[in-house]
Design a protein around this ligand. Structure first.
Ligand SMILES: [Cu+2]
Length: 129
């Protein structure tokens, strides 16, 4: 009985050690992949009748967070080729998330009428490999 107990203790000790090592390895791997796939945060500010910047470059297959602000009034952003749009109200940060799957140039434009220059309010997202 006693011998059996000791044997079990050893087995439990050994599996605990293996378990801890596995946790350490996974924690390490997790950190590495988090660093490799860090989000691409892109800030774009809107005002009548332009975005700043109006050209941004991001990498393919890495999540993008657009942080959109307006310094005057409500604007919008539409990126038809990515099937995305959002309002950009003044006075707050609006986040738009996507992961570009294909390299190329993606036009975006304001889709909330904001005055006489509204039609020319546009920009470009360049997705590179
Ligand atoms: Cu507009």
């Amino acid at each position: 009985m006693l011998r059996q107990l000791r044997h079990n203790d050893t087995a439990i000790g050994a599996s605990a050690a293996v378990f801890c090592s596995l946790i350490a390895i996974f924690a390490c791997l997790g950190q590495q992949s988090a660093q490799a796939s860090a989000d691409q945060v892109v800030k774009i500010s809107a005002k009548r009748f332009a975005y700043s910047p109006d050209q941004v470059t991001v990498k393919k297959n890495i999540p993008v967070i657009l942080q959109l602000t307006s310094t005057d009034r409500s604007h919008g952003i539409a990126i038809p080729a990515l099937n995305l749009r959002s309002d950009i109200p003044a006075g707050k940060v609006t986040e738009l998330r996507f992961t570009p799957q294909k390299s190329g140039d993606y036009r975006f434009y304001c889709d909330v009428f904001c005055g006489d220059g509204h039609d020319g309010m546009e920009g470009k997202i360049k997705v590179v490999d």
